[in-house]
Design a protein around this ligand. Sequence first.
Ligand code: FE2
Length: 363
Amino acid sequence: MSTDFLPIRGFDHVEFYVGNAKQAAHFYDKVFGFTPVARLGLHSGVRDRASYCLQQGNIRLVLTSALQPDHEIARHCALHGDGVKVLALEVGDVEAAMREVKARGATVLQPAASLEDEHGVLKTGIIKYAGDTVFKFVERAAYRGPFAPGYDALDLPRREGTGLAAMDHIVTNTYLGEMNYWARWFEEVMGFTQLTHFTDKDISTEYSALMSKVMENGSGKVKFPINEPAEGRKKSQIEEYLDFYCGPGVQHIAMNTADICTTVRQLRERDIDFLRVPDTYYEELPARVGQINEDLQELKELGILVDRDEDGYLLQIFTQPMQDRPTLFFEVIERHGSRGFGVGNFKALFVSLEREQGLRGNL
Ligand code: FE2
């Protein structure tokens, strides 16, 4: 048995580059129930950017905007729109992590470096991933502050939240022919293994198809599915993403909840729009998934999907895109034993996705 050369403790945070971080922070606070915990900007002596760190359960989001036009963050937003820039993973030793991935061919964008303030030392290192997306390794065992050096703590009352508890998986869209490249990159550079592989036979509709490989780290703590479009009669949802994001990037972030009905009900009350599957989906459901704990009528009313595999079942739902460009969206997922991704829902879901895509004039 080979040892895990890149022990990952879990997701540390996800950083978005957005046009207006202040308003985005308000949205994730008031709608999704994240509590703003720290911020950085002019008030803390940073002249070129503003960042807000928000937290709910074990999920940390960082929203960042440029304060100057000729700035990497501003250019990123002009090209991609609002989207995910940084996938941050917590490790015990950033220097070791950077040494291992560099030796295996990672493109280093920022070597291991220490940031320090009165709360302690935080170490980070950054490597390139698909498109303009990057992976950041974070070592925070010696840091006691609210998020990172340079940030001021925000002592706001903790929000009630919507039950979102942890990151489950984060999906990347890539161009046709790139999925295998990145799957191999995860294996060789990051020491991940392939958990599942979906072909266009699994995931196809009248209009489009996609292929997907799910990569998982040694401890199973983090999972990154990678999609690429497959040839269809019309433009696939992955191509629509690639056209509007102007390249590969993060397609969706799945977050766990222990009570998906309550979470979705609260998000619906706060005007989050979810994808709708046809009512016929629920007629076929009992035969497909068998006995589950939840009330079928409630699932139908809320539009929650169910899938079962040999280990158990899962409940899931997908939001509409989070910005005007049809790019990033969220998934809410509740697992009962299943370690899958809802392949049994893909078809019903993609018919629904394509209906929306058609309404946008992109099919
Ligand atoms: Fe997903």
